[in-house]
Design a protein around this ligand. Structure first.
Ligand code: FMN
Length: 369
């Protein structure tokens, strides 16, 4: 089942962000922002193939995140084949291939945005991922998956069960999508995007920067508009069920900018990344603004932000062992951003190690919760 096709357009989704959009962040974003689609942080297919414990924790998700897509990265088609099968087995709604990560540790190996320079391998990876999904649907998990990976898979299933996530769904063929950039060291959408279209991924998401730009400068919305035209042309003569949807991405930080960029690019939707830091409400604001031009986006009060921050803390503490709380501190700072009176509170919260400590610090600052 291709959920991309059934989503109401425009699609406003949560962009994957390694080190940020973990299960607790996605839970809070789903609950208070209700994005139309959510993607996990990228997950290494090598780690999956070798059964690395820390990797498998990235597969934790909550039922309210649906439709939820697991994003994979790597370079070895056989590992994508196996990774796709694990994603199916865990009840995700889609599997996405990362062809956009610019980090040296990833791209220098030829993975992530490195694949933009190797379209032959990129296409082989899409085919292997689709084959993994199809073979899992026909025959179940492949015998090539090693025992350690199967043990980790069972452990994740137990955790999903505790969370009440319904991973054990009726078998279905989930869509394979790609997220990429506009080029490697220069914009090259006219050659790169048609290569991807040859393999008919269900959806293509494009971040409007090259690998070389990393996250510098502004996203190139002219290039993203060109991508929209290339994909629209490709779809022109196709039956509905063969068309490919397109999500544009880069620097969307308000409802007004979202509307402007949707109109400009003619994309089927947008992915929002950094503007969601401490701000799950951005999705609701964009949705309301799409419904009515008159709508003025709502700014949340400090009290409202603290309530959500605490819920985020509790979920984070529950899902990660206590030693993982350091990861939560940056989120606390983001929730309190823009409140000049909260500078000292922010500094104190940067030392917190648990939700209890966060509550104590709030009390010390005479903040009720
Ligand atoms: C901290 C961080 C981690 C990211 N991790 C991923 C990732 O795992 N997979 C991916 O496809 N993109 C990743 N990205 C890129 C974002 O998904 C998005 O394409 C980019 O930030 C531009 O969108 P924005 O301007 O709305 O943030 C990451 C970006 C940031 C800032």
């Amino acid at each position: 089942m291709n959920f991309w096709r059934n989503l109401e357009k425009p699609i406003i989704g949560l962009s994957p962000m390694d080190g940020v959009s973990d299960a607790s962040f996605r839970f809070v974003t789903a609950k208070y922002g209700r994005p139309d689609v959510i993607t996990t942080e990228f997950i290494s297919v090598d780690g999956i193939a070798y059964g690395a414990t820390n990797i498998f924790n990235d597969f934790i998700y909550h039922e309210i995140e649906r439709p939820i897509v697991a994003q994979l990265f790597g370079i070895e088609p056989e590992y994508f084949y196996q990774g796709a099968q694990i994603v199916c087995e865990l009840g995700f709604d889609g599997v996405d291939i990362n062809m956009g990560c610019p980090a040296k540790t990833v791209a220098r190996r030829g993975a992530g945005a490195g694949l933009i320079q190797n379209p032959t391998l990129a296409k082989e990876i899409i085919r292997a991922t689709k084959r993994g999904v199809q073979d899992w649907f026909n025959d179940g998990l492949s015998k090539s998956i090693n025992k350690k990976t199967l043990r980790e898979l069972s452990a994740v299933k137990e955790k999903l069960d505790i969370l009440g996530t319904k991973f054990d769904l009726e078998k279905r063929i989930i869509p394979v999508s790609v997220k990429t950039r506009i080029g490697y060291d220069r914009e090259s959408v006219e050659s790169w995007i048609p290569e991807l279209l040859e393999e008919s991924p269900a959806n293509i998401t494009v971040h409007g920067r090259t690998l070389k730009q990393m996250y510098q400068g502004e996203a190139d919305w002219l290039a993203l508009t060109k991508v929209g035209q290339i994909i629209a042309k490709h779809n022109e003569n196709l039956d509905d069920e063969m068309t490919i949807s397109y999500i544009a991405n880069g620097d969307i930080n308000s409802a007004d900018v979202a509307i402007e960029k949707l109109q400009q690019s003619k994309a089927d939707g947008l992915y929002i990344g950094r503007a969601t830091y401490g701000n799950p409400w951005i999705f609701e604001n964009i949705r309301q603004k799409l419904k009515s031009d008159e709508y003025i986006p709502v700014e949340k009060t400090l009290d409202e932000r603290i309530k959500v921050a605490l819920e985020h803390c509790d979920m984070h503490f529950r899902l990660n062992e206590p030693q993982g709380f350091v990861q939560m501190r940056k989120h606390l700072a983001w929730y309190l951003k823009g409140f000049p009176g909260a500078v000292k509170l922010r500094v104190d919260l940067m030392k917190s190690n648990s939700p209890d400590e966060v509550r104590q610090i709030l009390s010390q600052h005479q903040i009720s919760y």
